[in-house]
Structures are given as structure tokens and as C-alpha cells.
Design a binder for this molecule. Structure first.
Ligand SMILES: NC(=O)c1ccc[n+]([C@@H]2O[C@H](COP(=O)([O-])OP(=O)(O)OC[C@H]3O[C@@H](n4cnc5c(N)ncnc54)[C@H](O)[C@@H]3O)[C@@H](O)[C@H]2O)c1
Length: 265
């Protein structure tokens, strides 16, 4: 088949989108952005109550589904059921993510595995099962991170998982291009969400993030959503890991462990 026939090509064509991790933060903003752009959105998350509330806010043509990204049956069932209900999945976004701070000598292997399981294995399962149901082409977008390229103390699990996801994005882009499926990632810097806000109570930490962000402010979930909507329309873009961080990739990552040690006295 010609890759030009990808279902994500037609600007006016109705498009079916699944946003995994769509109940909160960046994923919720992407769900709103895609709905505003005309897509029919399934908000998928392990938190079904929040997902259902967001789908109701988006309007009657949108819906919600419960999914656990670390469980292959759950991810397979999500994509097969959306395809059965809507006829296609044209856009898949994976925004599910968790973090755990700790030096490599302190972090338990259970915490390390949990971060890798959600952020990397979960992303693999979303790319795999979205790729299997996108028989007429499509676009898959993952949320990687500034930490895919920039190391930070205390971030061994998260940095490793996100760096792996950036590489997985490139491999999947190569493999899925013949099917007309584009695979990209967005790598945000600091964006205030339920994932990040709790650690900002550590004195001086937010100031340090901003001091290392040339544009001098955090990003907003809506700015990340704008990039995701752009990616769904950018028909020649694949294998990209888009740095979206106010220039933070040009400077250095805050020394989290020093902040945490100071805060602990
Ligand atoms: N906020 C930031 O500063 C920032 C920066 C770089 C990258 N990211 C990445 O962006 C993505 C979204 O982050 P956010 O800040 O919006 O976080 P968030 O906590 O607000 O949202 C994450 C969502 O993922 C869901 N989720 C978590 N684990 C899941 C699982 N196992 N199965 C299904 N759903 C699950 C949560 O229920 C939640 O709704 C994450 O991948 C994160 O690593 C965030």
C-alpha cells in the first residue's frame, strides 16, 4: 500500500484517537487538543473515574476505557475494542508515566522495575498493539522526556526508561513506515502536573529548574498538546524525539539528590 494513503493524512477526515494516560496532566491536555482538532477520542487510563469525567467533558462522541499499560492483554483489548467500535484507530498517544527518585545505590530493584515497566515496557505494548490495529496507517506519539538525553542525579530509573523509549521510537518508526504508520515522541522539560508538582515543595528545586531553562518558565500541558496535534498533521515527520523544554536541553539538569539531602537536613 502507498504510505500516502495513511488515514491520518486527510485534514477533514474524521479521525479516531486513543490517548493512553489521558486522564491527567499532559495526556488530558492532548485529549482536549485532539478533540478540539476534530478527532473522536478514547481517554484510556488506569484511573477510570478521571478518564470517564474527562470523556464526559469532551462530549458525547468521546468515551473512556480502563487500561493498565504493563498488562499486554489490557493494552491489546483496548486497541482491538476501539477499532471494532470505530472502524479504525488513526492516532495513538501514550502519556502514561511514573517516576521514582533515588541514587543507583539506594533505589530498590522493585522501584527501578516499576518505572521501566510503566515508562518503557508499557510504551512498547502501546506501540505494538496500536501498530497492529492501524491497518490503514496512522500516527503513534509517545511522551519521552528531557531525561531521555539529559542525566540527572536520583533519576537513574526514569532516565534509563525514557532514553530507551527514545530509541524504541526510532526503531518502530523504521519498522512501521512501510505500513504508513509514523512513530514520534515528544520530550518535555518541566511541566507542572500531578507527576511533578509534589516534588516542587522541596525548597529551591523549582528555582533550579527555571535557572536551567533559558526561556525561564515551565511549559504548560497545552503547549505539549499543541505539538502532539502538529505531529498528527506533519505527514513527513517520523522517528522524531522532539525537545520541547524552553531550551533546557542546552543547559544542565538540577542536582535532585543534593536538593533532597538539603531538604532532609
Ligand atoms: N510533567 C512533566 O514535567 C514531564 C516531563 C517530561 C516527560 N513527562 C512525561 O509525560 C507523561 C505524562 O506525564 P504527566 O506529567 O502528565 O503525569 P500525570 O501523572 O499527570 O499523568 C500520567 C497519567 O498516566 C496514568 N498512568 C500511570 N501509570 C499507568 C499505568 N500503569 N497504566 C495506565 N495508566 C497509567 C496516570 O493514571 C495518569 O493519569 C509521562 O510519560 C511523563 O513521564 C512529563
Amino acid at each position: 500500500m502507498s504510505v500516502h494513503n495513511s488515514r491520518s493524512a486527510g485534514a477533514s477526515e474524521p479521525r479516531s484517537a486513543v490517548v493512553v494516560g489521558g486522564a491527567s496532566g499532559i495526556g488530558a491536555a492532548i485529549a482536549r487538543g485532539l478533540a478540539a482538532d476534530g478527532a473522536t477520542v478514547t481517554v484510556a487510563d488506569r484511573n477510570i473515574d478521571l478518564a470517564t469525567a474527562l470523556a464526559a467533558e469532551l462530549g458525547p462522541k468521546h468515551d473512556a476505557a480502563q487500561v493498565e499499560v504493563t498488562d499486554e492483554d489490557s493494552v491489546r483489548e483496548l486497541f482491538e475494542s476501539v477499532r471494532a467500535a470505530r472502524g479504525s484507530v488513526d492516532i495513538a498517544v501514550n502519556s502514561a508515566g511514573v517516576s521514582a527518585a533515588g541514587s543507583v545505590t539506594d533505589l530498590s530493584v522493585e522501584k527501578f522495575r516499576r518505572v521501566v515497566d510503566v515508562c518503557l515496557t508499557g510504551a512498547f505494548l502501546v506501540i505494538k498493539h496500536a501498530g497492529l490495529v492501524m491497518v490503514e496507517g496512522g500516527i503513534i506519539i509517545s511522551l519521552s522526556s528531557l531525561n531521555a538525553r539529559q542525566p540527572g542525579t536520583g533519576m537513574g530509573a526514569y532516565c534509563s526508561a525514557k532514553a530507551g523509549l527514545a530509541m524504541l521510537t526510532q526503531v518502530a518508526a523504521l519498522e512501521l513506515a512501510p505500513k504508513g504508520i509514523r512513530v514520534n515522541a515528544i520530550a518535555p522539560g518541566i511541566v507542572m502536573t500531578p507527576l511533578t508538582s509534589p516534588s516542587m515543595v522541596v525548597p529551591g528545586l523549582e528555582d533550579d529548574y527555571l535557572a536551567n531553562t533559558p526561556l525561564g518558565r515551565p511549559g504548560t500541558p497545552e503547549e505539549i498538546a499543541d505539538a502532539a496535534v502538529y505531529m498528527t498533521r506533519a505527514m513527513w515527520l517520523t522517528g522524531e524525539n522532539l525537545d520541547l523544554n524552553g531550551g533546557a536541553h542546552l543547559v544542565k539538569y538540577p542536582d535532585l539528590l543534593s536538593h533532597f539531602r538539603r531538604a532532609a537536613g
